[in-house]
Design a binder for this molecule. Sequence first.
Ligand SMILES: Cc1cc2nc3c(=O)[nH]c(=O)nc-3n(C[C@H](O)[C@H](O)[C@H](O)COP(=O)(O)OP(=O)(O)OC[C@H]3O[C@@H](n4cnc5c(N)ncnc54)[C@H](O)[C@@H]3O)c2cc1C
Length: 603
Amino acid sequence: MPSYKAPLRDQQFVLHELLGAVDVLKQMPRYADLDVDTVNHVVEEAARFCEDILQPTNRVGDEEGCTYDPATKSVKTPTGFKEAYDAFRAAGWQGLAVDTEYGGQGLPHLLQIAFYEMQYSTNQAWAMYPGLTIGAHECLVQHGSQAQKDLYLPKMTTGQWTGTMCLTEQHCGTDLGMLRTKAEPQADGSYKLTGEKIFISSGEHDMAENIVHLVLARLPDAPQGTKGISLFIVPKFVPVGSGPEATVGARNGIHCGGLEHKMGINGNSTCQMILDGASGWLVGEPNKGLNAMFVMMNGARLGVGVQGLGITEVAYQNAVAYARDRIQGRALTGPKALEKQADHIIVHADVRRALLTARAYAEAGRAFGYWVALMADTQLSAADHEHRKFGADMMALMTPIVKAFMTDNGFQCASDCMQVFGGHGYIRANGMEQFVRDARINMIYEGTNAIQSLDLMGRKVLMDNGARLRTFGKMVAEFIEENGTNPDMNEFVTPLADIGDKVQKLTMELGMKAMANRDEVGAAAVPYLRVVGHLVYSYFWARMAKIALARVKADGDKVDPFYRHKLMVARFYFQKLLPETATLIRLARSGSATLMEMPAEAF
Ligand SMILES: Cc1cc2nc3c(=O)[nH]c(=O)nc-3n(C[C@H](O)[C@H](O)[C@H](O)COP(=O)(O)OP(=O)(O)OC[C@H]3O[C@@H](n4cnc5c(N)ncnc54)[C@H](O)[C@@H]3O)c2cc1C
């Protein structure tokens, strides 16, 4: 049975030593009173919740799954899920990063992301219920009318009502322009929605009093395609009253028609949702629904990226424990555990490769993911326009990288860590195969990773002529400039400068090719995203190495071993993981011809 301890030391390293988060946040009027103790206290309490309350529900959630009752069209969540949710709500966790205006604690999104990481390590399926509520809440904050905010936000802040996002239909997932759900205007200003949605996470469950569905649908006179999509609030129970005093009224015509039986995240209800003349209320302007929904989708993409991080961390921790305990074979350099019949498998180079790969991706992912969360806070709350724009640009550029790079790595690491268990990883008893199954969905939902790659290369890089990428490149160049002459930093700065140059050249070359043939973008986008992901991770690893080197130098023999180990992982990253970019660059440059020449009927 897997275990988990929150990586508090590394989280604090990232928050305080790497990002100097409190100093950055204190510049924002909203967080002027924030201090290090508060940040540490929140993370430690969140860790306790995840370790003590969530973690024990993970296995049972996987084994029991959710159950659907066709008679009542209701869904029962696995044993312990509701109790964990009640404890979560009672402690006020749902409102952690919500504005105090709506009854939240008004803390930074950065802390929400740190909490997400631990939730996803301990029970990803459960964490999706409150996670989707946060996304729906943010969408209403930005696009809801004042009356909608007053009615829904206080209840969603406490978690009394949960949220969903209802986009996908049987015939359209990636291409939402084809969606068919209809919304007919009514005399009282509401709409009647009719249609069928599929794959709706947390669409029906027994954990909360009401469910606030955010549904994409088409008005009768809507233009074709994505320009004709509007967004509606469709509550499970129509609310009565307003604000914290609101209660639930009549059952609305939206219900769960069945559950998907799936590969992983069994504890999350993935629902077919039937809208049968359901009452809905328009959010924002008609036909601008996709734009409003992007608030939720972008937030969810960051969350999904962090799911990749959470799984990597917990899979790593359990693989390390196993590798220290399991004896098998002798070290190639001669026996190490002479008193035993065999050595612990942690002596074997390939076992170490698997463990260090997971550790290097987890630690870089934490640094990167938390920095992106800080950019979210910067975008929303920085005092001046210039900083807010910087935050917005970095968020836009990095969102597809967080989503795709971190979840691709998460799946690979979960699989590698399962491999450390040999056959004992493949059987269910040790819980490692659950991580692999759970991690797989992260590459699919919220826009598949191929679509994220197209978004990065097409929309985020080529369409703005590389402006956002250059903004990030400027930070990298400044770091290289500052540290390039320090001989101790050479082993980190040289490969960072090299990958920076290569990304620049590759981007220009692919941009030129794309002008002549758009298929070149489709053919290159996936390896391109991975190469840019490595540029980002090289930058964060070099920064972390700099801090660790300084501490080793300053404290000598008395240095906290944490810093020596950080340097070891940094070296591993640069020598064993970054070099895959050589192949990836070749792949990205190899063009579209061999992919596109085969006639469809010949496959
Ligand atoms: C467990 C689970 C939970 C989910 N939760 C939700 C939810 O809460 N709300 C919701 O609305 N949806 C949800 N989804 C739906 C999910 O977001 C979609 O499955 C996903 O976006 C892909 O859509 P699709 O399945 O229709 O695949 P398709 O769009 O049919 O894609 C099939 C394949 O073609 C590729 N492809 C498609 N178009 C292109 C293109 N233009 N260029 C290149 N490649 C392309 C894709 O990458 C993919 O590999 C969930 C799905 C699952 C499985």
